[in-house]
Design a protein around this ligand. Structure first.
Ligand SMILES: [Zn+2]
Length: 493
C-alpha cells in the first residue's frame, strides 16, 4: 500500500500586513521527499503521526512536498498557485496512489481563495480521482468548511489547545485511511457550523468551556459505529465567511448517525455560548498585579501580539507600560532586525542606547528607547525535544541578541519572527527565565506548555494588536452575519 504525504500549512491572519509570499514559505523551508522524514520523524507534529502510522501499520509512506510558514497575512496568489501546482504535479507524476494524507492547517486564506484549504483539497481530489481515499489532519484553529470536508474521505482535528496532540490525531487519521483502503470501514462525515466564534482567551482545552466540549466529542466518538469526532475552535483573525466553530463526526457508513452526532455536539456548545466570551486585565492592571505578586515568574501573555496567531512580534505595549510604571525584572523577546544590527555593530559587552520594537506597523506600540548592555549574541537556532505546542523541534530566530537594560529589562532581540513556544529560546542565550519576576510571552495558548512549568501564575493581558482578544478592534468585511457574539441575536436551529 502506497500513500502520499503532502501539505501546505498556513494560519492566515487576514488583518496582518505581512503577506505570505513564496519567499516567506521558502524562508520557513519548503521540504521535499526524504527531507520531510528527516525534519519531522522525531517531532510531535502531524507529519510525524502519518509516518508513525506507516511504520506501525506497514504501509509505504511517500513524502512529496510540505510547505509552511509562520502565521502571517494572506497568501499571495503567486505563492498559492506555485505550491499547489507542485503538489498536484507530484501527485500525478508519482502515482497511482492507494491514498493521500494531507497535513494542512485549515485556516489558510489566499488572495483568490478565502477557503484555500478547501481549494487545495479539491485540487488534490481532482488530481487523484474520486476513488482514492484522502485523509486530512487539521489544526484545532481550522475554520472548517463544507468544501474541505466533501473533498476528502476523513478529517481529524487536534483535540488540544495548546496543541500537544498533532501526532496522535494524524495517526488516527492515517489509520482510518489505511482501514478504508483495506475495505474494513466506509467513513461518512457530517459537519455542523453553528454561527458562533469562541474568544481566543477561552481556547484552552484544559479548562471550561472547551474542556466540556472536548468531553462531548469523546463521548460521541464512543457511540456504536462512530469512527471519530472533532471540535474546531475556528480562527477569529481570518475574516472569511466560514470563520467560526465547527463540529465534525465521522461514522462508519451511517450518514444519519454522523449527522446526529455532529448536531448533538454543536447544540450542546451553542447552549453554552455565553461562556465563550473573554475578559482580561489591561496592561497596567496586569503589570501592577505581577509586580505585587509574592513570587515569580508571573507569565504575562501578550494577547495582542500573538506571534503564533500572525502578529508582528515587536509589540512594545507592555515594555512601555512597565517603564512608565517603573517596573523591571522583566524578560521578553522583540522582533527587531534593525536593533540586532546595531547591537552586532556595537559588539558583545558594549553599552548602547537604541530604539527597539514597534517598527512593523502602527498597531503594536511605538519604538521604545532603551539603554543597555549587550550580554550575548547567537545565531538564533535552538532545538526543543519536549512536546510543545505544534510539536515542532527546530527553531530559528535569526541572529538573536540578549540586551540587559539599565532599568532591569532583559530583551531578546530577534531578526526573524519566532514564537515564544520553547524556553530553549532563552536557555540558548544563557538566560534563565525562572529568575525573572515577570516573563512576557507573546501569545495566548501556544507559549503555555513552555512557560506553565516555571510560572507561578499565567495572566492573559488585554493588549491591543492584530491578535487582540477584543474582536471589536477589527473591521470585519467578509465574516457571516449574524455571528455570535458580534450579533447577540444570532440563531441556531
Ligand atoms: Zn492552532
Amino acid at each position: 500500500m502506497r500513500i502520499a504525504i503532502t501539505g501546505i500549512s498556513h494560519e492566515t491572519n487576514t488583518f496582518s500586513h505581512v503577506p505570505a509570499d513564496y519567499e516567506a514559505f521558502v524562508n520557513s523551508r519548503i521540504v521535499r521527499g526524504d527531507e520531510i522524514v528527516r525534519e519531522f520523524n522525531e517531532s510531535h507534529s502531524t507529519i510525524a503521526g502519518f509516518l508513525q502510522a506507516a511504520d506501525e501499520l506497514g504501509f509505504e509512506a511517500v513524502p512529496l512536498v510540505f510547505a509552511r510558514t509562520g502565521p502571517i497575512g494572506t497568501i499571495t496568489s503567486d505563492a498559492y498557485e506555485r505550491l499547489t501546482a507542485e503538489m498536484v504535479q507530484l501527485l500525478k507524476d508519482r502515482g497511482p496512489w492507494d491514498a493521500v494524507l494531507l497535513a494542512n492547517h485549515g485556516a489558510a486564506v489566499s488572495e483568490e481563495y478565502h477557503d484555500a484549504d478547501g481549494e487545495t483539497a479539491a485540487r488534490v481530489r481532482a488530481a487523484v480521482g474520486p476513488d482514492v481515499p484522502i485523509g486530512q489532519a487539521l489544526d484545532q484553529h481550522v475554520n472548517l468548511t463544507q468544501k474541505m470536508v466533501e473533498n476528502v474521505t476523513v478529517t481529524t482535528v487536534y483535540r488540544t489547545t495548546p496543541h500537544l496532540d498533532p501526532k496522535p490525531r494524524a495517526r488516527e487519521c492515517a489509520e482510518m485511511i489505511y482501514r478504508t483502503v483495506r475495505g474494513e470501514i466506509h467513513p461518512v462525515q457530517a459537519l455542523e457550523t453553528p454561527p458562533v466564534i469562541i474568544n481566543i482567551l477561552k481556547h484552552f482545552t484544559g479548562e471550561e468551556p472547551m474542556k466540556g466540549l472536548m468531553a462531548d466529542a469523546e463521548a460521541v466518538a464512543q457511540r456504536p459505529g462512530m469512527l471519530s469526532a472533532s471540535v474546531a475552535e475556528g480562527y477569529p483573525y481570518a475574516d472569511v465567511p466560514e470563520m467560526g466553530m465547527a463540529f465534525l463526526a465521522v461514522a462508519d457508513g451511517d450518514e444519519a448517525a454522523a449527522r446526529d452526532a455532529a448536531r448533538w455536539m454543536a447544540k450542546r456548545a451553542w447552549d453554552r455560548r455565553a461562556e465563550f466570551v473573554g475578559d482580561t486585565p489591561s496592561p497596567e492592571e496586569a503589570l501592577k498585579h505581577a509586580d505585587a505578586a509574592p513570587k515569580g515568574p508571573i507569565c504575562l501573555m501578550d494577547v495582542g501580539d500573538n506571534i503564533g496567531g500572525g502578529s508582528s512580534a515587536d509589540s512594545t505595549i507592555l515594555l512601555a507600560a512597565a517603564k512608565k510604571l517603573g517596573i523591571g525584572d522583566m524578560l521578553q523577546s522583540l522582533y527587531d532586525p534593525e536593533a540586532v544590527s546595531q547591537c552586532l555593530a556595537a559588539g558583545v559587552g558594549s553599552d548602547l542606547t537604541l530604539k527597539v520594537g514597534g517598527k512593523t506597523d502602527d498597531m503594536h506600540g511605538k519604538p521604545v528607547e532603551v539603554t543597555g548592555h549587550v550580554r550575548v549574541i547567537s545565531d538564533g537556532k535552538f532545538e526543543e525535544l519536549e512536546p510543545i505546542h505544534g510539536g515542532f523541534r527546530f527553531f530559528d530566530g535569526g541572529t538573536m541578541v540578549a540586551l540587559d537594560t539599565t532599568d532591569g529589562h532583559t530583551l531578546v532581540l530577534t531578526s526573524r519572527r519566532v514564537g515564544n513556544t520553547s524556553r530553549q529560546q532563552m536557555y540558548s542565550l544563557g538566560i534563565r527565565p525562572e529568575r525573572y519576576k515577570i516573563v512576557v510571552a507573546k501569545g495566548v495558548m501556544s507559549p503555555r506548555p513552555a512557560y506553565a512549568p516555571i510560572a507561578a501564575e499565567i495572566v492573559m493581558v488585554n493588549t491591543p494588536g492584530v491578535t487582540t482578544s477584543d474582536l471589536s478592534f477589527f473591521d470585519y468585511k467578509r465574516r457571516r452575519r449574524p455571528l455570535y457574539p458580534f450579533e447577540k441575536d444570532a440563531k441556531y436551529e
